[in-house]
Design a protein around this ligand. Structure first.
Ligand SMILES: Cc1cc2nc3c(=O)[nH]c(=O)nc-3n(C[C@H](O)[C@H](O)[C@H](O)COP(=O)(O)OP(=O)(O)OC[C@H]3O[C@@H](n4cnc5c(N)ncnc54)[C@H](O)[C@@H]3O)c2cc1C
Ligand code: SF4
Length: 574
């Protein structure tokens, strides 16, 4: 087969013919589906074992200088960054800076769109192109909620199983942070010091301590020093729109360039996987996919298949892969694929204005995108009316736009005065907490809806639980306490729990376990029912604890699963 590598400036509108994979000759050791955090990690590990790997992604290749509007000012955009009215306003994450990256749920819709906010970014690198970059490790308690905390289920693995993989991943990603020795949130391997605090963050750290609330330096995948051939952050503060200099980690910028140098690696973009194909014994023999450029279906064969298309997409591929041997969907003898769907429980925003900070001198404190501090889970030794814990994400400083001036609550001259006075004086928070795994939160194939590639779509059945409400109620209480400690005037707000999916940490639809009747994957993310098929995104999660850092956790699990795959292949077991 002729090797085809997508040029960096390949765009979806490109009409150039794309070479076909020749089915007869294109037998890969592994085909990996999805080039985001989980998939690119799997491809990286397998390629380094010398395996012949094909990485398929439904999206296009991105060209950061063209595709990321990092340094575009709002006034340079037709709708000042907000986007055309009616186009995507009111829809999570999408604005004029990112509309060309995300899938617009109004255009590619699914049932129960208001109940589940499903964030899809189809492009090489997936959602690591726009992610929030917070990378705290989960600790020993998080793997053993049932035995050590008295609720939910235990993972079949311990922190010690994943610790060496966290080390490897953090070295690859490039994380900066502080060694805090904080309870149940192990320190990581840091390539540089944490980012310097903004003025408001210094105040927050001092004042929160007085009411017993810890504030830690953010552990983030944004470089504070040059690392691995990438430059340190130049503090434009716009990471959420994509970084154009590779100072923050994305699989597009860090893993894909390493992979493209390897002769045993092939990337194929614009290839939406429909089904995992099986042979007479019910084992995986390859995948079928829709080539969105040629608008044709193709098949490719491989000895093993690794799905990492993100939690919902991987589950959807499995449920769509029905066959004689797998009538309920591939690997679904337990009937659990799609069930126990989780996402971090997320509160609405609370904003305050700190009078001490009003009318202060304008300084450049944009910093790296997002906060340089975080309030980690701190309810361990308290008596709580709910299970689990949460972290608080805060924002302060001089940012782009009037939201950092306390919002537009008036008009004309009064508005201008308010903006000048409050710019840089605001403090905002949201709570993000553990959502308990519940069989009744699930997705399934919707028989009456197909996506634009003609592939059957999913529909969601999810709801907010009492535990979510009580936990976020506690979070609101502590947010107010911290605000008061900072002497902030709290602006009117409404307590709410955001729809599931809004935190973009969906997980758990193919939970791991040792019993094939009560779990879909084994402790190495390998299907109980199909030994040459692995799922290496967050599908395997048993719980989703209230610590910020799902992505490096996914990558660590993916690395461990890929090691296992390669070792089993070496022994001839696959
Ligand atoms: C705004 C935002 C902020 C976030 N903040 C943080 C944070 O601070 N910390 C943190 O840890 N996490 C954060 N996340 C979550 C993080 O982005 C995800 O955890 C991570 O990207 C998930 O990795 P993944 O590989 O499972 O999926 P993705 O990164 O979404 O990658 C999936 C890939 O699969 C491809 N794909 C999908 N379907 C198919 C198909 N049928 N065939 C072929 N390819 C397919 C997609 O094109 C995509 O490239 C954030 C996410 C967002 C959007
Ligand atoms: S703040 Fe730093 S990491 Fe973020 S986009 Fe700007 S340069 Fe890149």
């Amino acid at each position: 087969m002729k090797k085809w590598i997508a040029p960096r400036d390949q765009h979806v509108e490109c009409k150039k013919p794309v070479p076909y994979l020749d089915q007869k000759t294109a037998v890969f050791d592994a085909v990996v589906v999805g080039s985001g955090a989980g998939g690119a990690t799997a491809a990286y590990v397998l390629v380094n074992y010398g395996l012949k790997v094909l990485l398929l992604d439904a999206g296009r290749m991105l060209h950061p200088p063209k595709d990321f509007l990092t340094h575009t000012m709002p006034w340079e955009l037709p709708f000042r960054g907000q986007g055309k009215p009616g186009e995507y306003d009111g829809l999570w994450k999408i604005n004029e800076y990112t509309a060309h990256l995300y899938t617009n749920p109004r255009k590619e819709t699914y049932d129960s769109i208001d109940n589940f906010h499903w964030t899809r970014l189809r492009a090489v690198g997936g959602r690591t192109n726009t992610w929030g970059r917070c990378c705290f490790r989960h600790g020993p308690l998080d793997f053993k909620s049932k035995t050590r905390q008295g609720y939910a289920d235990d993972w079949p693995i311990d922190y010690e199983d994943i610790e060496p993989y966290y080390d490897k991943v953090e070295r690859l990603v490039g994380i900066v942070g502080n060694k805090d020795n904080y309870y149940n949130m192990p320190d990581g391997v840091y390539c540089g010091p944490p980012h310097r605090l903004r003025c408001g963050e210094v105040l927050l750290m001092e004042r929160a301590k007085k009411v017993g609330v810890p504030v830690l330096h953010e552990r983030t995948a944004v470089l504070s020093v040059p690392y691995d051939g990438r430059p340190a952050c130049h503090y434009c503060g716009e990471c959420g729109n994509g970084c154009d200099v590779r100072a923050r980690f994305s699989s597009l910028d860090v893993l894909i360039p390493k992979l493209l140098k390897q002769p045993n690696f092939t990337l194929r973009t614009n290839s939406a996987v429909y089904q995992v194909l099986t042979n007479d014994e019910g084992l995986a023999r390859g995948v079928s996919f829709y080539d969105s450029l040629s608008q044709q279906y193709n098949e490719v064969s491989a000895r093993t298949v690794v799905l990492a298309a993100s939690t919902v997409e991987s589950g959807r591929i499995l449920l769509n892969s029905k066959s004689r041997q797998h009538p309920n969907g591939l690997g679904n003898s337990s009937g659990l694929i799609g069930h126990y769907l989780m996402d971090t429980t997320k509160s609405g925003p609370v904003m305050g204005v700190m009078p001490l900070m009003r009318n202060r001198q304008r300084v450049d404190e944009d910093g790296a995108g997002g906060g340089h501090v975080t309030i980690p889970r701190f309810n361990y030794r308290r008596k709580n009316s709910y299970y689990g814990g949460y972290f608080l994400l805060g924002g302060t400083g001089f940012g782009r736009g009037i939201s950092s001036s306390g919002g537009a609550s008036t008009w004309g001259a009064a508005l201008k005065k308010q903006i000048r006075q409050d710019y840089g004086a605001t403090l905002s928070f949201r709570g993000y907490g553990e959502r308990l795994a519940d069989f009744n939160n699930y997705f399934e194939i919707d028989p009456s809806n197909k996506d634009r590639f003609g592939i059957p779509q999913v529909r969601f059945h999810v709801s907010t639980s009492d535990n979510d409400i009580k936990m976020m109620d506690d979070a609101y209480g502590w947010i107010e306490e911290v605000m008061r400690a900072c002497d902030a005037e709290i602006l009117p707000y409404k307590k709410r729990v955001e729809p599931m999916g809004d935190a973009t940490h969906e997980a758990g639809a193919c939970r791991m376990g040792t019993d094939a009747k009560t779990s879909v994957l084994n402790p190495f993310c390998q299907l109980h029912d199909v030994k040459n098929l692995f799922v290496t995104d967050a599908s395997c999660f048993v719980t989703s604890p209230g610590t910020h850092g799902i992505t490096t956790w996914i990558m660590a699990l993916s690395w461990r699963a890929s090691d296992h795959l390669a070792e089993q292949m070496k022994k001839g077991e696959l």
